[in-house]
Design a protein around this ligand. Structure first.
Ligand SMILES: NC(=O)c1ccc[n+]([C@@H]2O[C@H](COP(=O)([O-])OP(=O)(O)OC[C@H]3O[C@@H](n4cnc5c(N)ncnc54)[C@H](OP(=O)(O)O)[C@@H]3O)[C@@H](O)[C@H]2O)c1
Length: 429
């Protein structure tokens, strides 16, 4: 067997701890598959005194994670600190430019600085691998970059954030409101103390930007991802979704069309029998459509120490075998298609309004839709309560987002419409 692959691990939290444990517990199997042992020889974290549940006394400790990039005895740096800026960014750039391979789980860093990192990887002749950055234990990156490498990919759709999927699933199953379920998710450790990154869709958008760059062979473009989170979803919408035969999911969707690439993250009404609608709880899923392979769906755990460590170590095994793939899957950009704005999106919509139940209200709403060129497929109203506030639900035929927005502007201004309308796009999954 050849010389062990020497790894420096920066960040010993959930993921870093998982990586140390996995490399130790499955050391023999990993060495057999990699063709040589993979050994952690140096580590870095903030607090040297914290008990990490492992004996780390034989490893070189660095208070400054950047020093790992300069350690001549390290072949690979595993960046498991997180955050789009320093020290993670500086560490990855420094290691790559010094010719040291890097494995990272950091989606924010890749989504915001993917071009700069790819240039550093090329300049230093070092691999940058990031299987763990998208959908945790699901091998989504390998599937697109390797398994589907011969395909023109037209569309990716995914449930890319386990926290959101857990909240939406629990709201649906228990008939509870968003804020209550979020508070419980925080107590259970399924949501962060500051949950904004997850529930506002930003984490999913980071992952979608990475998948889109890889699938369509173009530079990472996080700035043009349209992002909406799940804060506005109510128990009432969940109950109407059920009645209409849908489930509400936060999806990340990237589509390549002749006019350009559209990337968007927002809540969707997905037909309840679609495979993506059936992915519940903290699970993630990724659907990829290739011109020769057809449609592929992967499902699994998108976070947690075990699944994420599994993805990090898969990358380490590739590096130990001497496998090198271009950071974004192709040696040159395949295309630089323009980013399509959301106003160009076309689809069907679910629209829920809270209105005063009085004559003429429905006529005012349908006039606003008609004048904007939006045609209705169906309408739901339960019973009558004259003078009271009642929900009405409208489902439209396929229409352009710009037309729907024009209608909504007018509807929101009607004095019979009492709350901000709830608008959810209908997606086939
Ligand atoms: N958690 C998941 O399930 C998951 C899934 C997929 C991807 N990821 C990604 O994996 C990365 C790590 O996530 P995590 O959940 O493991 O985070 P975490 O539990 O918060 O751990 C972060 C680690 O980084 C260390 N650290 C923070 N700032 C540092 C600094 N300035 N210098 C040196 N070390 C520093 C911390 O040190 P101390 O321990 O001493 O405080 C800690 O060990 C992130 O990019 C995240 O997005 C996580």
């Amino acid at each position: 067997m050849t010389r062990p692959l020497s790894v420096g691990v920066a960040g010993l939290g959930t993921v870093g701890g998982g990586v140390l444990r996995l490399l130790r517990e499955n050391a023999d199997l990993i060495a057999a598959r990699a063709g040589r042992p993979i050994t952690v020889t140096a580590i870095s974290a903030r607090d040297r005194t914290r008990d990490r549940g492992e004996n780390l006394s034989a490893l070189r400790w660095y208070d400054d994670p950047l020093a790992l990039a300069d350690d001549p005895h390290i072949d690979v740096v595993a960046e498991l600190i997180g955050g789009s800026e320093d020290p993670a960014r500086a560490l990855v750039l420094r290691a790559l430019l010094a010719g040291r391979h890097v494995v990272t789980a950091n989606k924010a860093l890749l989504a915001l600085h993917g071009g700069e990192l790819a240039a550093a990887s090329e300049a230093g002749g070092a691999v940058l691998a990031y299987e763990a950055a998208v959908a945790g234990g699901i091998p989504a990156i390998k599937t697109i970059r390797e398994g589907l490498a011969a395909n023109r990919i037209s569309r990716i759709a995914g449930i890319l954030n386990g926290t959101c999927n857990y909240i939406l699933t629990t709201m649906r199953e228990r008939g509870r409101e968003f804020a209550e379920v979020l508070a419980d998710a925080q107590k259970l450790g399924y949501a962060e103390a500051d949950p904004a990154f997850d529930i506002d869709g930003i984490d999913a958008a980071h992952k979608l930007a990475i998948l889109a760059a890889l699938a369509f062979g173009q530079p990472v473009n996080f700035a043009d991802v349209h992002v909406e989170g799940i804060r506005a979803i109510s128990a009432l919408d969940q109950s109407f979704a059920r009645e209409l035969g849908y489930r509400i999911k936060l999806l990340g969707i990237a589509r390549q069309t002749p006019a350009g690439v559209q990337t968007r993250v927002h809540p969707c009404m997905v037909p309840e029998n679609a495979p993506l609608a059936r992915v519940d709880g903290v699970y993630n899923a990724v659907v990829v459509e290739g011109d020769f392979a057809g449609r592929i769906m992967l499902e699994g755990r998108g976070a947690g120490a075990g699944p994420t460590a599994s993805a990090v170590v898969a990358d380490l095994i590739d590096i130990a075998r001497g496998r090198a793939t271009p950071v974004w899957g192709s040696t040159t950009h395949l295309a630089e298609a323009p980013a399509l704005p959301m106003s160009a999106y076309t689809g069907a919509y679910y629209l829920r309004l809270m209105v005063v139940d009085r004559p003429g209200v429905i006529a005012d709403v349908t006039c606003a839709l008609r004048d904007a060129g939006v045609s209705l497929e169906s309408m739901l109203q339960h019973g009558r309560s004259p003078g009271e506030t009642v929900p009405i639900v409208l489902v439209t035929h396929e229409t352009r987002e710009s037309q729907m927005r024009a209608a909504l502007d007018r509807i929101e201004r009607l004095d019979s419409v009492l709350e901000r309308p709830s608008l959810i796009r209908i997606e086939l999954g």
